[in-house]
Design a binder for this molecule. Sequence first.
Ligand code: PEP
Ligand code: MG
Length: 613
Amino acid sequence: MNRTEPAQAPQGHATPGRASTPRAARPERRLIGIPVSAGVAIGPIFGSAEPPTQVTRTKIHAADAQAEISKFEAAILQSRKQLQKLRARLGILPEDSQAEIAPLLDAYLAMIGPSRLVRGSRRRIAETLVSAETAVIDECEAIAEAIMAMPADGDPSGRKRRAEEVREISRRLLRNLTRTPFRSFAGLPAGAVLVAESLRPADAALLNPGQLAGVATDEGGSDGHTAIMLRAIGVPAVLGAAGLAQAAKPGDIVVVDGSTGEVVVNPSTATLAAARRAVTAFAREVQRLGRLRRLPSVSQDGVRVELQANLEIPAELPLIAQSGAAGIGLLRSEFLFMNRETLPDEDAQFETYRGVVEAMEGDPVTIRVLDWGGEKDIEALQGEGLVPEVADQNPALGLRGIRLLLRETELFETQLAAILRAAAFGPVRVLLPMVTTVGEVRAARDLYDRVLRRLRRRGEWLPERAPPMGIMIETPGAALSADALAAEADFFAIGTNDLSMYTLAVDRGESDVAHLYDPLHPAVLRLVQFAAQAAIGSGLPVSICGEMAANPKLTPLLVGLGIRSFSMNAAGVPRVKQAIRALDVGGCEAFAAAVMHESDPARIQALMEAGPG
Ligand code: PEP
Ligand code: MG
């Protein structure tokens, strides 16, 4: 979507331990990652290492020393895991790159093994009673200074390089200790391509699509929340391109193809010319699809299929309006809680929801209550002591979604009150995330009714009827008890991202297992079918709001399974509408029956390639 010509090299952060060579001398380097957001970007790379984390030096009380040491040890463990993961993935790089990068990672790992750095930091916390962050800064600085004071032994640049390696590991530890956003994007120059080892969803939410040409990272999976956020802001992006952050230097030109997953560092003249042609072709296609906006979403045999948009951040509203979506089928409210120190109060939330509801001018808005957990970090929740500072060992199976809200009822009730007040300004539905039991829905409804009564007593302006309260079907437990849940919920939204992750035991945001993440796996499809039938049999509205909904190749199958409502990233709406306008529902039903008859993923894949025919 974006194309920006390289103007000037941005001020990124130099990768430590690697001397810079003139650009002309560097050969073209191709890497393959996971395409997550369509479009081609051409631009200079913005930094591949983190900026120094802002830390204030603090003293602690003797009674807190043990807790501080535990925090330090958790950061060491996390840093080791990150580095070991990078080390394990080097195998897919060419041999010369491996030879260059592996010793560097080994040096980092040695520094946070049984080392002076670890012993010294621990001692500083216990004996001088300083915070873990202060101990790391002081110890690393002392080591770096000691290295610089050593005799040069014929390699003057070697000392400098080793001292910089210590500072680099210090930066990693501090980032993990403070859990601060991955980087500041304030200095990101217009037209640059952001290249990083990894990117958190909260960091992706800070990116300005008007400034940025594209994104490419070493880590990440196709349906993780970072990928979803990048699709939402419409920036061409490739995640999971192993070795990229180490191979690329700030200022190098890079081509990122968010449709094929190819990332080319230092492209040749021929590669650049081909990339420019791809940019033009993509822009033409977007323009062509834009013409579908006003056409109805109706099949050849006259069946209407509702197409709505998912919303990650309010900045997407203009894109949603352009897409022709008939409302918002999933408003992920996490953005309200991200990148802030304190929780938003009822009035602040109300204003935001009302803004979205009014912008939709009478089209329905489904607001999902906070789905904290998994890979979604929310500092404000940690700051308020509602969730632990150090993430669970297994966050995807922990206190996620409705589980946290039913424990922290004030948080839940505040959000429900804000949503109910916004519902006076247009049609709204409330959606509960990560439901697994009927009891959770009942408990949520009790709270919902209580909040409604309280608001009425307060004399708030409210809708005449309470907005419907539905549930996400995104765990195998929920899908398999969909018949019982249908008696409690007002609607279902099938979240195929988490449903695939939990069914297949594959982390949706993890590049190492990305090849196993398959929403077309027969187990996932059977759960979707069971849940859809339970809803249809009970007369309950049912939609698909996982990333599957945006793939037009899957539309015939999902329509054939009885789905008549889809919610997806705004950019996906025109393509899915095009698919719907071309299909025949009778044919889709026969096609779905044939697919569901298969239990072999390869056969299913082949049938999907062939289509309903
Ligand atoms: C899903 O899990 O499919 C879903 C839509 O929710 P999220 O992607 O926000 O987890
Ligand atoms: Mg989900």
